[in-house]
Design a protein around this ligand. Structure first.
Ligand code: HEC
Length: 123
């Protein structure tokens, strides 16, 4: 049993490097691009999430949120990722890499986005 496993492990490791789909590549970049994950601030699907809550000097509750980026188009996403923001780090990702993230989010949110397409076409 153990002998069998030992034979399989290197095969599996090799396979995961060689056969990575466009979708997996997008997921990898979205969840761990250059060490700072988009999902940490924008949620698993790009729906946005609370990054931190705190009380300001007057004791008022403050919330910092990563925005909902599910409806962001590709060119807006490319320019956002490549520019400076107050909270979001600037990434040096190529257009191809941002496209992989974009495609990944489009696919993950297929159902959610379809709702908007339907209501848009009923004009
Ligand atoms: C540290 C938290 C953080 C991380 C990590 C992060 N973002 Fe953001 N992002 C934000 C916040 C907050 C905004 C809203 C604008 C601002 O204040 O920076 C934003 C804005 C954006 C926007 C523009 C939409 C808008 O509401 O203005 C896009 C597109 C975007 N992020 C995509 C990404 C992608 C893709 C990644 C990963 C490569 C990423 N972000 C990583 C926090 C983050």
């Amino acid at each position: 049993m153990i002998k069998r496993l030992l034979v399989f492990v290197p095969l599996l490791l090799g396979a995961s490097e060689d056969f990575i789909t466009h979708d997996e590549y997008g997921q990898m970049l979205y969840t761990n691009p250059r060490g700072v994950s988009c999902s940490q601030c924008h949620g698993d699907k790009g729906e946005g999430r609370v990054i931190v809550t705190f009380k300001d000097v007057d004791g008022k509750k403050k919330v910092i949120k990563g925005s909902d980026i599910r409806q962001e188009n590709l060119s807006a996403m490319i320019s956002s990722v490549n520019s400076y923001h107050k909270i979001m780090p600037r990434y040096y990702l190529t257009d191809e890499e941002v496209k992989a993230i974009y495609d990944y989010l489009q696919k993950k949110n297929e159902k959610y986005l379809a709702k908007f397409k339907e209501s848009g076409s009923s004009k």
